[in-house]
Write a protein that binds this ligand. Structure first.
Ligand SMILES: [Zn+2]
Length: 350
């Protein structure tokens, strides 16, 4: 039986906060007992090492308790530690099943098998700190690193890395791609078994990991193509129904999508917009945190300075085009409305 005293940490998992206690060894979840100031504290779940997780509320209550102790102690910080007793889990999984080409190849039958193999790599690393795992490249784009983590080749390079082998030694992969490649800095989340893409409703499979890398956003796994389409249509809705429709009657404008005028590469699927309105053309789109609005030369005349002298933002006038950067949707709406009132006084949407 192991006894440890530990603080609870706040962890950000899938976009939400949870409480977590990291133990020194692998634990058998059923044997883990946590007490805080003599009261039992019941974990909400356990991670793959058998270490306890807690709810966001438990984590908050823990902080409040620590604050209270600090007040009682005249403002001096006193660490609050929980007491944990547990039985160690002996790591007895055969190493070749997760640290050889053959073992990894065998795990590629299903997402569940792949996840289990990856979990065994992580557990091995946790159980034998200091012992390095061998490194492999999966499907020509995911690195299984020496610490049990999964890193990915950056998305814009993925297409050029069609690999004939499912799994390769990382050294072999490096030799075969001597021109170089870039790995993502953060770990890549392989979809959990039974994950369902919220857009198309289909269960994610190992073939989705192989052919159509998935993305993990706010705690959910999406097909990359589904996510991009969803994001694109969300932007279209934002710029049309939730913005332009509040300015012009929907019969008084049409629009077409333009390539993103700011982001190249991975975020370029978010479109820009060319609106053909009864007053002329407007090009709009996100540029980092601002919306760029540019009234084209064929848009009715108005004086930028009169309308926007008070706005301390980037503005420009060039070849009859007039532009401004709006800090967010509401500002963009305000600027569009202001110009409309100047060029088309008395225009009524109704
Ligand atoms: Zn999908």
């Amino acid at each position: 039986m192991n006894i440890e005293k530990k603080r609870m940490e706040g962890w950000n998992v899938g976009g939400g906060l949870i409480g977590h206690i990291t133990l020194d060894k692998l634990a058998i979840p059923e044997t883990v007992k946590v007490t805080l100031l003599g009261e039992p504290l019941i974990p909400s779940s356990f991670n793959c090492y058998g270490h306890p997780n807690f709810t966001k509320e438990q984590e908050m209550l823990y902080r409040f308790k620590e604050e209270e102790l600090k007040r009682q102690n005249g403002g001096e910080y006193v660490p609050l530690e929980a007491e944990i007793t547990y039985e160690e889990r002996v790591f007895d999984i055969a190493i070749p099943t997760f640290d050889t080409l053959q073992g990894i190849e065998k795990s590629l039958l299903s997402l569940a098998d792949l996840n289990e193999m990856l979990q065994n790599r992580r557990m091995f690393h946790e159980a034998y700190k200091g012992v390095r795992l061998n490194e492999f490249m999966l499907f020509g784009c995911f690195l299984l690193d020496q610490f049990g983590q999964v890193l990915s080749v950056i998305p814009s390079q993925k297409d050029s890395f069609v690999s004939t082998a499912n799994v390769e030694d990382f050294e072999t992969f490096k030799r075969n791609h001597s021109t170089g490649f870039t790995l993502t800095f953060d770990g890549y989340a392989i979809p959990a078994p039974d994950s369902v893409c919220p857009c198309c409703g289909q269960k994610l499979t190992i073939d989705d990991v192989r052919n159509n890398p998935c993305v993990f956003i706010d705690g959910k796994f999406y097909h990359n193509s589904c996510w991009r389409n969803y994001r694109k249509l969300t932007e279209v809705d934002k710029f049309t129904r939730r913005m332009m429709d509040l300015i012009y009657k929907s019969t008084d404008y049409t629009f077409e999508l333009l390539p993103n005028g700011y982001w190249q590469g991975d975020d370029s699927y978010i479109p820009w917009f060319l609106f053909h309105t009864i007053d002329g053309d407007i090009i709009m789109g996100w540029r980092k945190r601002v919306i760029s609005i540019e009234w084209q030369a064929n848009y009715k005349p108005f004086d930028m300075d009169t309308l926007f002298h008070a706005e301390d933002v980037t503005k420009w006038e060039e070849d009859g085009k007039r532009g401004i950067h709006a800090w967010g949707d509401e500002k963009a709406y305000e600027y569009l409305k202001k110009v409309l009132e100047a060029v088309n006084p008395g225009y009524s949407k109704w």
